[in-house]
Design a protein around this ligand. Structure first.
Ligand code: NAI
Length: 368
């Protein structure tokens, strides 16, 4: 039983107003003489340009002390390896922080995913994905409040694949003690910092006895250093069923899981609150962090003024909290959520509204 003086409960009280938070790792970027920070901006593909513009307009109106430094992430193949431009790597390493729009990935051929390349290049080992029902936007459930932490560098997305003989392909799921322990520690620290009393490991170690078995073992080992946080385990298929049946039961935990499960499970959670247009994320490393929406480049609506910029805006709110710019974060978060709650005339089409990206943006600005 947790006492009222428990650090977890105290953190819960503190954190109720800062749902969109990622901050366990310290931001060590440099404040310039004018009081501003430089943040790299990767606008991305498809709707990336439109939603990035919305963020820039809102940040300008809110006087956020940030100077954007755009960077190019066009891939090049060096010795068969997908690589980022050198200037981009140097710039992000210097600023230690970036906001990123979605990047399209060729299917079944071509270069490795640039999302994966960014995560590997900067050691972004934990992907934090909070998902919370939006007050004023009705969905079948009104009590969704999940935090999912996805291992971000290996697992099924390690990109180790080869053809054994024509018609037989081997795709290797890589699980290491180092990466599993690192993300597990992040999950416990995050649970403490946002006031969730439990870490839930989601796995399939019944079948992947070695791979998921090692992941599970690492989380359980790390849990010994966090006696104030409970640890529980669940099979991924069971979590999917329980999540769509009654998401409220996951309110009190931080879920941690291997890469692919986290990718799928977080889209599932997005669906419960109204779709991909609403869910943010933070890719966290020891030095660098990159914040991005959970969704992709949405080629079906790109260039039509229909994109919902909320997910990128809330990702930027996570970024501001990570940088310690809490007042700006709270102001923008409130303006965004109030705009959504204000009615269908101010909501984009994905949220059953009539607003264009630009109209939504202006409405947010009017509420700052
Ligand atoms: P998607 O997330 O781009 O789109 C799925 C559906 O959600 C589409 O109907 C789209 O219109 C809608 N949607 C997504 N974001 C929206 C927004 N902000 N406002 C309104 N509607 C929105 O997924 P899809 O189509 O599977 O992938 C398209 C491309 O994006 C692919 O090349 C994929 O690899 C890439 N991708 C990139 C990601 C990243 O950069 N982190 C993540 C996921 C996919």
């Amino acid at each position: 039983m947790l006492s009222a003086r428990s650090p977890v409960l105290r953190a819960a009280a503190r954190s109720s107003a800062r749902m969109y938070s990622s901050s366990v790792a310290q931001f060590t970027g440099t404040k310039k003489a004018n009081g501003h920070y430089t943040v790299n901006l990767i606008e991305g593909d498809g709707i990336g340009v439109e939603i990035s513009q919305a963020v820039k307009d809102i940040y300008k109106a809110a006087n956020v002390p940030i100077d954007w430094e755009p960077v190019d992430v066009t891939p090049s193949l060096i010795n068969g390896k997908t690589t980022l431009p050198k200037d981009t790597v140097e710039s992000i390493k210097k600023n230690k922080i970036a906001l990123k729009g979605p990047l399209a990935t060729p299917v079944g051929k071509g270069h490795q995913s640039m999302n994966l390349t960014l995560r590997k290049t900067f050691g972004l080992f934990a992907n934090v994905r909070p998902c919370k029902s939006v007050v004023g936007y009705k969905t079948p459930y009104e009590n969704v409040d999940t935090v999912l932490i996805r291992e971000n560098t290996e697992g099924e997305y390690a990109g180790i694949e080869h053809t054994v003989v024509p018609g037989v392909v081997q795709s290797i799921k890589l699980i290491t003690r180092e990466a599993s322990t690192r993300v597990a520690r992040y999950a416990f620290e995050h649970a403490r910092s946002v006031g969730k009393p439990k870490v839930l490991v989601v796995h399939k170690a019944t079948l992947m006895k070695y791979g998921d078995g090692l992941f599970l073992e690492c989380v359980q080992d790390v849990s010994k250093d966090y006696p104030d946080i409970k640890v529980d385990t669940e099979l991924i298929d069971n979590t999917c069923l329980k999540m769509v049946t009654d998401p409220g039961q996951y309110k009190d935990c931080v879920m941690v899981m291997p890469n692919l499960y986290g990718d799928i499970m977080s889209d599932l959670c997005s669906g419960l609150i109204g779709g991909l247009g609403l869910t943010p994320s933070g890719n966290m490393g020891d030095e660098v962090s990159i914040f991005e929406a959970v969704h992709g480049s949405a080629p079906d609506i790109a260039g039509k003024g229909l994109a919902n910029p909320t997910a990128l805006l809330l990702s930027s709110v996570m970024m501001l909290r990570h940088m310690g710019l809490n007042d700006h974060a709270t102001k923008i978060e409130k303006a965004v959520l109030d705009t959504i709650a204000s009615g269908p005339e101010n909501r984009t089409k994905d949220l059953k509204g009539d607003a264009t990206t630009q109209h939504f943006t202006q409405q947010v600005i009017s509420r700052l």
